[in-house]
Write a protein of this length. Structure first.
Length: 202
């Protein structure tokens, strides 16, 4: 019986077609360029203007009392008719208290419609705060249970929503606002009277 010595040769990896290798490198290059593009776009965006499921949707219905007049119930219809800001805030929010002077400056210079939503707060503390620091809002909704905040998907305070005359939400900003930010980001959305704007800028 004869025996054959059969040497086992190691398997070599399959040869890579030069065209396939070229295509793979080209795909990597395209992916890298797309990644750079997305990163560049992200750097230009304001990180405080967060996407929301409510954008381009109607502002939620509500029935809340105003802090200025506890006997008066306010409804969604009361904030419609012209573009406006809806500002969610609280006296327990230190950022909100520091932001207050900026809201007063915005109100004094541009006189926009601003509706406050006092979120999970004590109305007596709000009244005391307004007496000492001024009132920048058309009126302030008493959302002590947080029901409107929940409907809006509020993360915390402060938050600001821009609505059009029909109550469609145009933008959402998380964090404090300033006069500079208002003029850069909000003013184009509010379409304030041009003659008023020109008088102020002149």
């Amino acid at each position: 019986m004869s025996h054959f010595n059969k040497s086992v040769q190691p398997e070599s990896p399959p040869e890579v077609n030069s065209n396939s290798k070229f295509n793979f490198n080209w795909l990597l290059f395209i992916g890298f360029i797309l990644l750079i593009g997305f990163l560049a776009k992200g750097l230009k965006l304001n990180p405080n203007f967060l996407p929301s499921q409510m954008i381009q949707k109607p502002f939620p219905e509500f029935q809340l009392r105003s802090i200025e007049s506890h006997s008066a119930l306010k409804h969604k219809q009361d904030i419609l008719g012209q573009p406006a800001l809806v500002h969610i805030w609280a006296t327990w929010c230190q950022i909100c208290l520091h932001e207050h002077d900026e809201l007063m400056a915005i109100r004094q210079k541009w006189q926009p419609s601003i509706y406050g939503v006092n979120y999970k707060d004590d109305p007596s503390k709000v009244t005391k705060w307004f007496a000492g620091q001024g009132q920048p809002y058309n009126f302030t909704l008493d959302d002590r249970t947080g029901s409107l905040g929940v409907d809006l998907g509020v993360y915390g305070t402060p938050e600001t929503y821009v609505i059009d005359a029909k109550g469609i939400i145009l933008a959402r900003h998380v964090g404090p606002i300033s006069l500079t930010l208002f003029e850069r980001e909000f003013l184009p959305l509010l379409n304030l009277n041009k003659s008023k704007k020109e008088d102020i800028l002149s």
